[in-house]
Design a protein around this ligand. Structure first.
Ligand SMILES: Nc1nc2c(c(=O)[nH]1)N[C@H]1C(S)=C(S)[C@@H](COP(=O)(O)OP(=O)(O)OC[C@H]3O[C@@H](n4cnc5c(N)ncnc54)[C@H](O)[C@@H]3O)O[C@H]1N2
Ligand code: MOO
Length: 404
């Protein structure tokens, strides 16, 4: 099979979008999950005419006719049953959050009153009818949708679901994912490497990226052994929805992955994409539905393919709707090979509000240290070799949104 373009690879990957169903969960645990139902207001919001200042509640008409002094007939806290007045010159001392008595229509705050011997005297001349009242149903009506389905549950959504008494939420189920690292040169994080060994790290960055979507992926390491590789993949095909591999997919003597996958009945949908980094990316599907993303082992290649293909597939499978992001190249750049280049860029916003992408090239796809100073990959078009400052291209952001 011929090498596919980035565009073709994306099409093939997105043709495998899958709905993993829904599940109910306690609302407090739903942060970061994708809501699979609309949430409606169980009653009007606010549910009653809500007082917004501590002070007194009066009938505006009384003040309008020249009455400045009101006899306090009671004190009403938030949560209390409203105390009704029976005379024009009466008032209720009332607290923020209390329900406005139906016989009153205006609230005057303590700062504008003088209270002595049970009489509240207004010390200002301008009072507006209905002031300091947040009227019932002003924000939302009963049964109105307050949170729409198909969005990631955020702190404000948690607040709203709490407020409308919805303690269980229907959310999208997440695929079961296993991350497989391979290579005899790789040791555990807490082991001491020989001069020629390195610590495993790609698998942790994948796991962490997936945790942002609340997926708790398992991790497995396999040695450079064809038979063990085959057996482990065989097992994973029975237990998971998605297998993500990192390493062992290029031309090396110990790159057993593509062969093992095909022996296990995983159909190759493509191997090799016309891109840098990440050229040897292998993607396939088992007839039981399990998808296999086998990323090239170089850390930046794995990281780029994860964002450009897997997370895109995941977001679309979970119905997370995201608009593509673009930025303006902030420096001329040249790339000659006939490959689609994913340039590492640092993002800043200039004083015109334009998102600028400054190239920070690094030392190739093994240089994962370079990722720390960058925020996104800028996808440069295949047809061009020269890219000029001021041109706008698509970006794939990986730094946390909290940067701004
Ligand atoms: N003759 C050719 N050689 C290579 C080609 C090619 O087309 N022909 N492609 C190159 C490209 S591009 C890439 S990218 C790499 C991909 O190789 P593999 O997928 O086989 O990956 P490995 O050889 O297993 O590892 C590459 C590199 O990454 C390190 N690595 C692997 N896994 C991890 C991990 N979990 N954590 C940290 N680092 C990891 C590994 O130690 C190697 O240094 O192939 C080129 N070669
Ligand atoms: O996929 Mo490789 O990243 O070009 O070194």
């Amino acid at each position: 099979m011929k090498m596919v373009t980035v565009e073709q690879a994306e099409k093939i990957v997105l043709a495998q979008i899958k709905d993993y169903g829904t599940e109910q969960m306690y609302f407090e645990n739903a942060l970061g999950r994708v809501l699979a139902e609309d949430v409606k207001a169980d009653r009007d919001l606010p549910p009653y005419d809500r007082v917004t200042m501590d002070g007194i509640a009066i009938q505006f008409e009384s003040f309008e006719k020249g009455n400045y002094s009101f006899k306090i007939i009671g004190t009403q806290a938030a949560g209390d049953t409203p105390i009704e007045i029976t005379n024009f010159d009466e008032c209720v001392e009332i607290m923020t959050g209390a329900a406005l008595p139906s016989t009153t229509d205006t609230v005057i705050r303590y700062e504008d009153l003088n209270i002595k011997d049970g009489i509240a005297t207004v010390t200002i001349n301008t009072v507006t009818k209905n002031q300091s009242i947040h009227f019932r149903g002003r924000d939302k009506k009963q049964n109105e949708v307050v949170v729409k389905a198909n969005q990631v549950v955020s702190p404000v959504i948690i607040q709203m679901t709490a407020a409308v008494g919805k303690d269980k939420l229907l959310v999208k189920k997440l695929p079961k994912v296993v991350i497989i690292s391979s290579g005899d040169e790789l040791i555990k994080v807490n082991e001491t490497p020989t001069p020629y060994q390195i610590r495993k790290s790609n698998n942790y960055t994948i796991k962490a990226a997936l945790q942002q979507y609340r997926i708790n992926a398992e991790m497995i390491h396999i040695p450079d052994d064809a038979e063990i590789t085959r057996k482990e993949i065989e097992k994973c095909l029975q237990q998971y929805d998605v297998i993500i591999l990192s390493g062992g997919v290029s031309e090396g003597k110990f790159d057993y992955i593509p062969k093992a996958l095909e022996t296990c009945g995983v159909e190759k949908l493509f191997h090799k994409v016309q891109q840098r980094p990440g050229k040897p990316f292998w993607f396939g599907k088992h007839n039981n539905g399990v998808l296999v993303y086998a990323f090239p082992g170089n850390p930046v290649s794995t990281f780029m393919c994860l964002h450009r293909y897997f997370l895109l597939w995941l977001e679309q499978s979970l119905n997370i709707v995201k608009e593509p992001m673009y930025a303006q190249l902030n420096k001329d750049f040249v790339f000659n090979p006939a490959l689609q280049y994913f340039l590492q860029v640092q993002l800043t916003i200039n004083n015109n509000g334009t998102l600028l992408a400054t190239p920070v090239e690094g030392n190739g796809s093994g240089d994962f240290a370079n990722l720390l100073g960058t925020d996104a990959f800028m996808e440069l078009p295949l047809e061009q070799n020269k890219f000029t400052k001021g041109e706008v291209y698509r970006i794939w952001q990986f730094s946390l949104a909290s940067k701004w």
